[in-house]
Design a protein around this ligand. Structure first.
Ligand SMILES: *[C@@H]1O[C@H](CO)[C@@H](O)[C@H](O)[C@H]1NC(C)=O
Ligand SMILES: *[C@@H]1O[C@H](CO)[C@@H](O)[C@H](O)[C@H]1NC(C)=O
Ligand SMILES: *[C@@H]1O[C@H](CO)[C@@H](O)[C@H](O)[C@H]1NC(C)=O
Ligand SMILES: *[C@@H]1O[C@H](CO)[C@@H](O)[C@H](O)[C@H]1NC(C)=O
Length: 470
């Protein structure tokens, strides 16, 4: 096919490999255990769930003592993270790095099988002046954490940092993969040197969902879900390599970018990947059918023996962490953000997925039919969500109306939307007006759960609600 994805890719697993006596690599899938939910099971229950799902690894976004204690003696390999706001101090003093390892590793290791420490999260995706100060401290902080581990004689913990696909200047064709100019020499070159020296992994958050959804199309959906047929494979004209799926294409753009800088042996690991199981009306393809299909096929690919790798790195084992264990209701942004889970917040599976990859795909029960693989075509409004709290609505209303440009002019006494004088009515108007005006600048119809999208026109009488046309 022509290329589905020549657009720039802006985005964001885990996998275990162990050497057996015969030196055979065994691949197990990892899970990201995010905790941004108000209603999630306890760490104890969560770890029991992760074990029952037969994951091989678990990644947490911090170094939560309760979780790390609870993982003691389990077979799960563990990935922990240094917080973004700890990087500068760790980079500046070896004693700070030593203390971090003393506080966050030594109390649990080796009973808890910590195998990766990731320094920061998607550091290079934030670009304020303050953030850029952190960019330049990232690699020094990685060196210091590694030295602190060495000083403790710990040699089986790899140090890395998860980056998002927005580190790429070019991703297409994959052989043209190039890192962004603003980070190549200052950050990427020293980082690759560190990763190569320490035989660590290049951790990448890689979501085929994002490039696909920004340019959605049926043929390309099959390619994104690992279900393309030979006629839809893509051959890179420069390398001659043939791609059967979008994930490989994205991973190889990173491999080629590393190679361009002289590093062709650094292994890639997937810190996050997945597919949303639900989303807003203006989000295409976020459904259980696609999420289950993506993750089942991903697991099959990553647990295959011998390892499949990618076209540019055939046979390589790619440690992979699926995002995420649960749907997390405290994440802000569009609806998909709260729907990346394999499990509902109560621990019940949203769909079945065998993380060992052994279950044949034909062996699963039929999935619910996908109804949103094409973008909804029509008008959408943003109104007060069911159950919204009145006090919070007042604040959200004030916020929506204070963003400028007469967002709420129609709500002034005497104007067409003033009546009925209720917080619900005024908020619904204000949400629709705000969203219609600022969506193109990245605004969401969310307001901390107070707002939701609707295709039912809420306008009444002479009051016409602004809408978004999809
Ligand atoms: C979808 O993308 C493929 C590959 O670029 C293209 O051949 C096909 O015409 C597209 N289909 C639609 C309906 O746009
Ligand atoms: C890829 O890079 C090569 C060599 O730099 C260049 O000739 C070619 O035009 C590029 N292709 C695309 C599609 O950017
Ligand atoms: C990467 O590491 C390998 C093995 O330690 C070494 O032989 C090679 O020269 C390194 N590559 C670069 C570009 O430094
Ligand atoms: C306000 O609206 C005007 C006209 O619709 C537009 O040109 C301007 O960019 C808007 N300003 C903001 C802050 O959105």
């Amino acid at each position: 096919m022509d290329f589905c994805f020549h657009v720039y890719i802006f985005v964001f697993i885990y996998f275990i490999y162990v050497f057996t006596g015969a030196g055979v690599l065994i691949n197990k899938i990892g899970i990201n255990y995010g905790q941004l939910g108000s209603n999630l099971p306890s760490p104890y229950q969560s770890i029991e769930l992760i074990k029952s799902m037969k994951a091989g690894l678990v990644k947490i976004y911090n170094s939560n003592p309760e979780i790390l204690k609870m993982l003691s003696g389990s077979n799960l390999k563990v990935c922990i993270m240094v917080q973004n706001n700890e990087i500068i101090s760790i980079a500046s003093k070896q004693t700070a790095a030593d203390k971090w390892v003393e506080d966050n590793v030594l109390p649990y290791y080796p009973q808890t099988m910590i195998r990766f420490i990731l320094v920061g999260n998607e550091i290079l995706s934030h670009s304020s002046e303050e953030d850029q100060l952190i960019w330049h401290r990232l690699v020094p902080a990685m060196y210091r954490i590694k030295s602190a581990l060495n000083a403790q004689n710990i040699h089986n913990i790899k140090v890395g940092t998860p980056l998002a696909m927005d580190i790429m200047q070019t991703t297409f064709p994959p052989s043209n993969g190039t890192f962004r100019d603003d980070i190549t020499h200052s950050v990427m070159v020293p980082m690759l040197k560190f990763l190569n020296q320490t035989k660590s992994f290049f951790f990448i958050d890689v979501y085929p969902y994002f490039p696909w959804s920004s340019n959605s199309n049926k043929t390309c959906l099959d390619y994104a879900l690992f279900q393309a047929t030979t006629t839809n494979y893509y051959t890179d004209p420069n390398s001659g390599l043939t791609y059967t799926n979008l994930l490989d294409q994205m991973l190889d753009s990173v491999n080629f970018a590393m190679e361009r800088l002289g590093y062709s042996n650094i292994r890639v690991a997937i810190a996050e990947t997945g597919w949303p199981n639900a989303g807003d009306i203006d989000e295409v393809g976020a459904n259980i059918y696609n999420a289950a299909t993506y993750n089942r096929n991903l697991v099959k690919k990553m647990t295959a023996k011998p390892a499949l790798g990618t076209p540019a790195r055939p046979g390589s084992v790619i440690p992979t962490f699926i995002f995420s264990l649960y749907d997390e209701n405290q994440k802000t942004g569009p609806g998909t953000e709260r729907h990346w889970g394999l499990l509902h917040a109560n621990g019940v599976p949203i769909y079945e997925v065998d993380l060992t990859g052994k279950r044949p795909l034909s062996d699963y029960k039929p999935l619910p039919v996908a109804h949103n693989n094409q973008l909804y075509n029509g008008k959408v409004w943003c109104v007060v969500a069911k159950g919204a709290n009145m006090m919070e609505l007042n604040k959200a209303l004030a916020y929506a109306c204070s963003q400028g440009n007469g967002t709420c002019d129609a709500l002034i006494p005497g104007k067409e939307c003033y009546e009925p004088l209720s917080v619900y009515w005024h908020s619904s108007y204000a949400f629709s007006s705000y969203w219609a005006q600022f969506r193109s600048k990245g605004a969401n119809c969310y307001f901390n759960g107070l707002a939701q999208q609707t295709i039912i026109n809420p306008s009444r009488g002479g009051c016409r609600f602004p809408s978004v046309s999809l």
